[in-house]
Design a protein around this ligand. Structure first.
Ligand SMILES: Nc1ncnc2c1ncn2[C@@H]1O[C@H](COP(=O)(O)OP(=O)(O)OP(=O)(O)O)[C@@H](O)[C@H]1O
Ligand SMILES: O=P(O)(O)OC[C@H]1O[C@H](OP(=O)(O)OP(=O)(O)O)[C@H](O)[C@@H]1O
Ligand SMILES: O=C(O)c1cccnc1
Ligand SMILES: [Mg+2]
Length: 567
């Protein structure tokens, strides 16, 4: 489905401005069309048009108010899809017919001609690069253009950013708890919120630091590495080794053939049973499981792995696996490992590891002790953290439900607020201070300290003198007067970069490939000060405004807020 959209998209490119390179294809998901919006965007567009206001130049900020999952950071994702959406934004005749049927008959015909002519060639988008670590209140994107058109983009933009950023952050948090050395596999497709949820989850979990996905369509469309094991059904579908008819297996890299691999496996199982060091751990193993593992070994001799918890991990699954792995070893193959999918994953992984190490020693099979152990079953940040604290011997984690559904927090709460119209700054007030918007078309900077960590993000008015390295800058909390600090930055990064120049002569930033965004994400997370990243009571990162912007916000606030009367 998405592949078709990509193919379509490349045909009708509405590129705007100069780019460093490359053609922008259409949205990955063909459901992303100009109709993917809320009705009120079209009713407002009509009312703007009726009032002759549709081309007034507006600036909107897209941002969120609170970091998810009780953390103090978020990863920004979804930008590429927003740019792909506007690159091809054009209402078709059928879409216009549908809008006409959805608005009151009193709406004038000329409005539909206006809609027919809309494109995004006059829209300017400045954005933080995808895969960046971001914080509340700082605009992730600044969208400028004719007010009616920008509002028609609002809902789709928020939709494209919200889940993408949330699930990327979730993936990054899972990566944080397990550490760099473990393999993280995303297994969520079957539990995801529909096909699009599944596709987005695979893409953005990879961006957030997962290593691979089980989702074949995502491997095909986004080039994400694919990984997988096998299921319990495969194990229980076998009855006994007698049902294996094709028993021969070629030696690895040679031409000689082992005629009866099944017998070789049985011989090994006997040796394991009689082993002095392993004696007593198991007796008779489950024969249907042995048959399943032997068959899988015959099918994939170079990458054999087995799900070992169908009957009993230590009394059946692990010994059966080892018998097949050792038989394969005789023929020059190295088995890959096992998967545990129930029970106490910490304890079982340690027991399985001991079993492998004993075999390495007793039978002199180098590397056998390092066999891969994958664990799955309702894993989430908490269980991963608990496993780490208990001590475990798992090498890879397969994670589905909690990861892709963002079970711990289902939405990020991204908003899209008007901050300027016709060069006039606008503010949205609220009883809740956190909901007051920060007015003005702004520039945003990340200031780095002596130790190389980001210290603070600062927003300034667009025409203010930008902060300079080595100069003392007053950073003020946007709403709390007493909270302020001087910062002498050692490095400054301007956060908002031009991704869609509209009719301006700016150069458009390229959209990097997924692997590069993932790399950026990992590097960004690594450069953060550890206390912002810890799971328990992390230190909030400071988000500030310049002195001038602070004064202006409060001037506008007082100007717009009616004075109450006490009776
Ligand atoms: N050592 C551990 N410490 C903390 N939590 C663990 C540990 N080992 C496993 N878990 C978690 O405990 C839960 C076990 O769930 P549950 O009891 O439903 O599964 P199970 O009975 O082992 O397996 P099944 O899926 O076959 O029902 C899972 O969420 C799993 O991730
Ligand atoms: O547990 P999750 O994090 O969602 O990871 C994916 C799960 O999906 C598979 O189980 P399956 O769907 O076959 O059902 P089961 O959990 O009942 O074994 C797999 O064995 C994992 O347990
Ligand atoms: O490959 C696996 O082991 C897998 C894939 C999806 C869901 N559960 C497990
Ligand atoms: Mg399960």
């Amino acid at each position: 489905m998405a592949a078709a959209a990509v193919a379509n998209g490349t045909k009708k490119i509405e590129q705007t401005g100069r780019s460093k390179s490359g053609v922008i294809s259409g949205p990955s998901n063909p459901m992303v069309t100009p109709l993917l919006t809320d009705l009120y965007q079209f009713t407002m567009a009509y009312a703007y048009w009726k009032a002759g206001k549709q081309n007034e130049r507006a600036v909107f900020d897209l941002y969120f108010r609170k970091n998810p999952f009780g953390g103090e950071y978020t990863i920004f994702a979804g930008l590429e899809e927003c740019i792909k959406f506007i690159a091809h934004y054009k209402l078709t005749d059928d879409e216009i017919t549908f809008i006409r049927s959805s608005l009151p008959p009193s709406c004038e015909d000329a409005f539909y001609n206006y809609l027919r002519g809309i494109n995004c060639s006059d829209i300017e988008i400045y954005s933080i690069p995808e895969g960046s670590v971001v914080f509340p209140k700082v605009p992730l994107m600044r969208i400028e253009g004719p007010i009616a058109v920008v509002q028609l983009l609002e809902t789709a933009f928020i939709n494209l950013i919200n889940y993408a950023s949330l699930v990327t952050t979730n993936a990054a948090r899972h990566r944080f708890v397990v550490g760099k050395s473990k393999l993280l596999l995303e297994f969520g497709l079957r539990r995801a919120q529909g096909p699009d949820g599944g596709m987005s989850a695979s893409r953005y979990c990879y961006m957030g630091g997962f290593d691979a996905t089980s989702n074949v369509a995502a491997g095909n469309l986004f080039g994400i590495p694919l990984r997988g094991t096998h299921s319990h059904a495969f194990v229980s579908s076998f009855m006994s080794p007698d049902e294996i008819k094709e028993k021969s297996l070629k030696h690895h890299g040679g031409s000689s053939v082992c005629k009866d691999f099944v017998s070789l496996v049985k011989t090994w199982l006997g040796k394991l049973k009689r082993s002095r060091l392993l004696g007593g751990i198991f007796n008779e193993t489950n024969q249907s499981e042995l048959a399943a593992f032997t068959s899988y070994g015959l099918a994939f001799p170079g990458s054999f792995l087995a799900l070992v918890d169908t009957y009993d991990v230590m009394r059946s699954g692990v010994p059966n696996f080892c018998a097949v792995a050792l038989a394969l070893n005789d023929l020059g193959y190295s088995a890959f490992g096992i998967r545990l999918d129930s029970g106490d994953l910490a304890y079982q992984s340690c027991e399985a590891r001991k079993f492998f190490q004993t075999i390495e020693k007793e039978f002199g099979v180098p590397g056998f002790g390092k066999m891969n152990i994958t664990a799955s079953n309702d894993l989430n940040e908490e269980t991963l953290d608990a496993l780490k604290k208990q001590g475990h011997d798992v090498d890879s984690f397969g994670i589905g439900t909690h990861l892709v559904t963002c079970y711990a927090q289902p939405a990020l709460g991204v908003v899209f607020k008007l901050v300027e119209i016709n060069n006039q700054p606008r503010i949205k007030l609220s009883e809740e201070v956190t909901k007051v918007s920060i007015p003005c078309k702004k520039r945003c900077f990340r200031l780095y300290g002596k130790e190389g960590y980001p210290l603070v993000d600062i927003m300034t008015g667009e025409n203010e003198r930008p902060p300079k390295v080595g100069e003392r800058i007053l950073c003020r909390h946007p709403f709390i007067e007493s909270k302020r600090a001087y910062v002498v930055p050692q490095r400054i990064e301007e956060l908002l970069k031009c991704f869609w120049p509209g009719s301006s002569d700016k150069t458009r930033e390229d959209l990097p490939p997924l692997k590069e965004i993932r790399k950026r994400c990992i590097e960004q997370l690594e450069q953060m000060r550890p206390d912002h990243m810890r799971r328990l009571n992390p230190t909030p990162y400071k988000v500030s405004v310049s002195g001038k912007l602070y004064d202006f916000i409060h001037f506008l606030w007082l100007n717009e807020a009616p004075v109450g009367e006490l009776q």
